[in-house]
Structure formats: C-alpha cells, structure tokens
Design a protein around this ligand. Structure first.
Ligand code: ZN
Length: 300
C-alpha cells in the first residue's frame, strides 16, 4: 500500500499510513499493529463491484488516469488488493470471534468508489467488500457509519437497495461529490429508509458530531439492532485539513469512538470494524488514530 503513487501535488500520499503506523508504534508498542499479508482475490472484489470494472482494473498495463484525481500505476493493483484483503481478513476475524474491534490502516481509501468505477482517490470500496463478505458469511443486519468529511457516495450506491445494511453518512454539506448526500437520498426499493444522510454546515466542532451521534445514530442502531458495526473513518473533518472546513480536534475521534465501542458492546457483542478513509493533515490524523486506540487499551 506504500507503493501506490500519486503525483506530488496530490493530498493522498503513502506517508499517510507510514506516519500513522509510526505514531501507533510509538504510543502503544510494536504489538499494537498486526501486519496482515492478504491480498483480496479478483472474485472477492466482485462482492462490491461489477465484473466489467474489476476485469478492466486487472487488464491495465502501465499507468492510467481513472479520473482527474484518481491514478493507477505500477503498484496500484497490489495496493488495492492489499487494502481490500486486510478488510476482508479483519471482518472474518471479527465474525469468527478472534478479534472484536479492529482498525484497518489502509490506502487507497474506498468510500467514493462505486459499483462500476473509481472516483475521488478511491479505486476499490474496501468497506463495501468487507460488509458484503460479512453478509455472505450469514450476517443479516450491519450498520455503516461514515464520518469522513465527504459524502460516501460509493458506499451509499452499493447498499442503496438493501435493507440488510443501514448506511448513515455525516458529511460537510455541498462539498464532494457535487449534489451528493442530500437528505432526500434515503434508499430505493427494499432499501428505502435504510440510508440516512446528515449534511453538516462547515465550521462545526466535535461536540456537534457527538450530539448527532447521540440524537440520530444511536436511536437508529437500537431500532435496527445490527450484528456488526462498521465505521468508515475519514479524518478530514479535523481542523486544518486541506479538504474539509470542520473544526474537530484529534481527541474528538476518541470520544466518537468511545460511543461506538459502547454501542457495539451493547448491541452486537462488541463487533466493530473501523476502516481508514480520507484525512490529509498527517500529524493530526496520526494523533487522532492514536486517541481512537486508547478505547481499545481501556478494554484490555
Ligand atoms: Zn474525505
């Protein structure tokens, strides 16, 4: 995943995960990180994407611009297979009970990747692959909360017509993608009422996010009674991020995660999968990931 290259001007750089990795090691020791050497198989990517799209990715030789800001080069396929493979491995461990709570430190991110294509730095939708794997393993109700500052349009699209996955997306209004993540996008057919978008005006802080979680997310979780709780955890709502205009501080992610840990314990035997999405102010993202993992330590 460190070898997937983007141009120098691009905010999504290998340093993101290298820096977080170091920070976690420094804070919690080497054993805090488990290195998973699993690449998703081609067929496993069909869990969330069309045959045509995945076959296309496997056919690329050399470098291709998938869109104006999403690039595919020599090591990109290995990186996306590793990112999806790690999420698959973790969700299997969580369902089988060998781990309860996991944070997947992966890149490139996934939540803008749709059923048929790449978008917004995202190539394969890591979370959607893992969640569909969990459904294939027999789970029937999963909640995904996406608190990346951008709308998780790809994840929304992939689960738009199912009532097995409740998708809750808290994002900065009118950011990216354009005209995406409005409150009237609530699902279709069987999925009607199982997508909830919460567009937030720019400039809000962590308390605002915590209030949304209590007032909106928690009642849904209690009603839906998930068997697994998943968090698409972008960190671009941190103050100072080049892409968002929110004012969260690193410790806000500890408090947000404390809530979801409690809810996972209450509702689904502690089963929690968090997956890295965006977040580009690398030092504060690293600090935020470390504060999240303090919730794991308290459990030990
Ligand atoms: Zn983002």
């Amino acid at each position: 995943m460190l070898k997937h290259k983007n141009p120098d001007w691009h905010p999504e750089q290998p340093d993101r995960i290298a820096y977080i990795w170091k920070a976690v090691e420094n804070a919690f020791g080497r054993n805090a990180i488990t290195i998973i050497e699993r690449k998703a198989k081609k067929e496993e990517l069909y869990l969330a994407h069309s045959l045509d799209y995945i076959n296309y990715l496997f056919s690329i030789r050399g470098s291709v611009d998938l869109d104006y800001e999403t690039f595919f080069s020599e090591h990109t396929l290995d990186a996306v297979l590793s990112a999806a493979g790690i999420c698959l491995e973790l969700v299997e461990h969580i369902i089988q009970g060998t781990y309860k709570k996991c944070f997947a430190l992966v890149r490139p991110p996934g939540h803008h990747a749709t059923y048929t294509g790449a978008m917004g730095y995202c190539i394969v939708n890591n979370m959607a692959v893992a969640v569909n794997k969990a459904l294939a393993m027999g789970l029937e109700r999963i909640v995904i909360i996406d608190w990346d500052v951008h709308h998780g349009n790809g994840t929304q699209e992939i689960f738009f017509e199912t009532d097995a996955v409740y998708f809750i997306d808290i994002h900065q209004e009118n950011l990216f993608p354009e005209n995406s993540g409005n409150v009237d996008e609530t699902g279709r057919d069987r999925g009607k009422g199982f997508t909830l978008n919460i567009p937030v005006p720019a400039g809000k802080d962590g308390n605002y996010y915590l209030d949304i979680m209590d007032a909106v997310a928690y009642p849904i979780l209690r009603r839906f009674s998930p068997q697994l709780l998943c968090i698409s955890s972008g960190f671009d709502a941190l103050g100072g991020d080049s892409e968002g205009a929110m004012h969260l501080v690193p410790t806000d992610y500890r408090e947000l995660t404390r809530k979801v840990c409690l809810w996972a314990d209450e509702l689904c035997e502690g089963k929690l999968l968090m997956v890295l999405e965006g977040g580009y102010c690398i030092p504060s993202v690293s600090e935020a990931v470390c504060t999240i993992l303090e919730n794991w330590e308290e459990k030990l």
